[in-house]
Design a protein around this ligand. Structure first.
Ligand code: IVH
Length: 669
């Protein structure tokens, strides 16, 4: 292909891909399959590789992120980015309307009402239709330049979709992370031991302010445009409704929940309507923005220092998750970790009554400055434990003394040690709290899965001295159980047979049950799969352990130390002598080590045909798919990989070389 031909083809591909991106990410109406789309991208990537001089900043291939930068430079906004005055209730909105009618000396004022997005306010600058800059709001005058990060957001056009773009425009809008994607991201991060984000707004801000835009590219952000802050070489639209239409015509995503209202009462009703629909929306909004529709009227109204006189944000009632901290107590975990927990006046958070919320550690309590008696905002994201998001200052309130971590364990009185951000009780299993929690863990679903042993029962068993070590669980007799308040004939029999049934246990579950620091279900399965028997795991040195894929130095140290301890080895011997039988790993995990894993192959493999590779994966319980999505676990890249590789990088999917794939395949056999 000659360069001229390539140029033509590249242009055509870019137009096509941009059109499909727009259909998919802005209009939500895709026209082609993922596979067909991948094919277009693959062709473009390879053409740009052959003719690097034809690469341009608005090419869709630029959306995968650029190499990291040293800092986010400060930039001055073309026009100050103002904020909005807030109205807390309908009457404050009516007062705004009175001011407007008085100033305009007219009664028939039209207002536009639209959601107030709870994301990150962003300025985008386009010159001759080309995106040249993106910046955060910052202090309104100066923001941080985040152009490479902005380019990764598919809902942001890299080039305006209009034949005759204005000389220069500045567009304002909100970058945000939809709720579903936010939860997915948090789950993904949590599974990998990262701490996740407190809410979608933090997730959006954290993602956009990355120095490495390749990370931003993997974050599912979207963008809604709502204001043309500057336009050169063309007239500004005469009404806000037309302004939104213009933005849509340029290729921006605008939100459909907008309404032109004939007076303030209509605006207030629409606010109420949206408040009712708030929980059903796929992203967070915290109120509505009410603005005069007509530009001419806006010009008459003018501005205050930081906000326009022609608009107001009418907030929603704060969600019901604001409540009072009755007390802050310290909970002793299984490993001795001390967690400050806020005891709350019970409050309904989206259908669930919450009366406790974690404060994580002493540093968090200090940072959020939460004290008993304070008003706080509580959040329950997905199925995680409720957390205290922030303190809500109450004017004039007298506050109690700040909270401090105790120097002795509140349960057993042992000294407390500090490790990094955390505090630990040094009592070990002699601390009743640690002991009770390790029993709870030992019998939990992923471990021995013994039904009928709730916390209250375990507490009674430990407090009465019926159970003094984990092994005692297997020595329990009916007589003993009946002496405990909670048991009758039938429930005692049930528990005893549940305990009996739990005695035969696959290695992975047993390893998890032991409660070794940093060994969750996933790591336990890895160890079981790798070593096959408990004896082998016990013999493994720290060095051996680190050699296992996905096992890091901390986990390795934890495992080696655990089995080096005499009392742990004794416990295992004791359990065995009481009839606990640990079955080899292969039966459960070994035969299907790739169970639930999805593979995608791209490029040519040296040692296998595609069919052979597929059979290997399937024989190990995995699946092979033809296109890469967020659900893909591994992309195996052979020679001359296509756009699937780029997509895998974009989505943060693990990429394997053929050799690595072979290792995975061999391990399973
Ligand atoms: S209009 C002159 N419309 O809310 C200001 N703002 O203080 C024009 N926001 O950070 C802003 N959704 O970025 C407008 N639909 C919307 C909005 C919106 C969210 C943000 C704005 C600012 C804050 C208001």
């Amino acid at each position: 292909m000659t360069k001229a031909e390539a140029e033509k083809r590249i242009e055509k591909l870019r137009r096509e891909i941009n059109r499909h991106d727009h259909l998919y990410y802005v209009r939500n109406r895709p026209e082609i399959s993922d596979a067909a789309y991948d094919e277009l991208r693959r062709e473009l990537v390879s053409l740009e590789e052959v003719f690097p001089e034809l690469a341009t900043p608005d090419s869709p291939t630029q959306r995968i992120g650029a190499p990291p930068r040293d800092e986010l430079p400060s930039v001055r906004h073309l026009n100050p980015m103002l904020s909005l005055e807030s109205a807390m209730d309908a009457d404050e909105a009516r007062a705004f309307d009175t001011r407007v009618r008085r100033a305009l000396e007219r009664e028939d004022i039209h207002y536009t009402v639209e959601p107030k997005f709870d994301g990150l306010s962003v300025e985008l600058v386009y010159e001759a239709g080309l995106l040249v800059r993106g910046a955060t709001r910052g202090d309104g005058t100066n923001g941080e330049e985040i152009t490479p990060n902005i380019r990764t957001i598919r809902a942001v056009p890299l080039r305006l979709t209009t034949k005759r773009p204005p000389v220069r425009i500045a567009v304002r809008g909100e970058a945000l992370m939809p709720l579903g994607e936010f939860q997915e991201l948090n789950r993904w991060m949590t599974e990998r031991g990262e701490s996740g984000f407190a809410n979608p707004r933090n997730a959006a801000a954290g993602s956009l302010r990355q120095l490495d835009s390749r990370i931003t590219a993997r974050r599912p952000l979207t963008f809604f445009a709502y204001e043309i802050m500057l336009i050169e070489g063309a007239d500004p639209p005469d009404t806000h409704m037309n302004e939104l239409e213009t933005l849509a015509g340029w290729g921006f995503r605008i939100d459909p929940h907008k309404k032109l209202c004939r007076d303030i009462e209509e605006a207030i009703s629409f606010h109420k309507e949206l408040a009712g629909r708030r929980d059903g929306l796929p992203f967070e909004i915290d109120g509505v923005v009410i603005q005069i529709d007509s530009r001419a009227d806006r010009d008459v109204m003018g501005y205050r220092t930081r906000s326009p006189r022609w608009a107001i944000a009418l907030k929603f009632e704060p969600r019901k998750e604001v409540t009072t901290v009755e007390d802050i107590v310290v909970q002793v975990g299984r490993t001795g970790k001390l967690t400050p927990v806020a005891l709350l006046r019970p409050v309904d958070v989206s259908g669930v009554t919450v009366s406790r919320a974690t404060l994580h550690n002493a540093g968090e309590v200090a940072k959020k400055d939460v004290r008993p008696g304070d008003r706080v905002k509580i959040e329950r994201a997905g199925d995680v434990i409720p957390a205290v998001v922030e303190r809500i200052p109450v004017r004039g309130a007298r506050r109690r003394k700040p909270f401090h971590m105790p120097t002795a364990c509140p349960v057993c009185g042992s000294p407390v040690s500090e490790e990094g951000a955390y505090h630990f009780c040094t009592g070990g299993p002699s601390c009743p709290a640690q002991f009770k929690r390790s029993i709870m863990h030992f019998v939990s679903k992923g471990a021995l899965d013994i039904d009928g042993l709730g916390y209250k029962t375990v507490e009674a068993m430990v407090d009465t001295g019926t159970v003094k070590s984990i092994a005692d669980l297997f020595r329990l007799g009916k007589e003993q159980l009946l002496k405990l308040e909670r048991f009758a004939d039938r429930s005692a029999d049930n528990l005893l047979s549940a305990i009996e049934a739990s005695k035969t246990i696959p290695l992975a579950r047993f390893l998890y049950a032991l409660g070794i620091r940093n060994v969750g279900e996933h790591v336990a399965r890895l160890l079981a799969g790798h070593y096959g028997s408990l004896g082998n795991v016990m013999k493994a040195t720290e060095e051996d352990l680190v050699g296992i894929r996905e096992v890091g130095p901390e986990v390795a140290r934890g495992v080696a130390r655990f089995f080096a301890e005499r009392r742990n080895r004794d416990l295992i011997d004791e359990l065995r002598s009481l009839g606990v039988r640990i079955t080899a790993a292969r039966a459960r995990t070994g035969a299907h080590p790739l169970e639930g894993k999805t593979f995608v192959f791209t490029g040519g493999l040296g040692n296998y045909t595609r069919d052979e590779a597929r059979r290997i994966v399937e024989s190990l319980g995995g699946k092979v798919s033809s296109s890469v999505s967020a659900k893909t676990d591994y992309v195996v890249a052979g020679t001359d990989p296509g756009s699937k590789l780029a997509r895998a990088r974009t989505l943060g999917v693990t990429i394997l070389s053929e050799e690595e794939f072979e290792k995975v395949a061999k391990k399973g056999r």
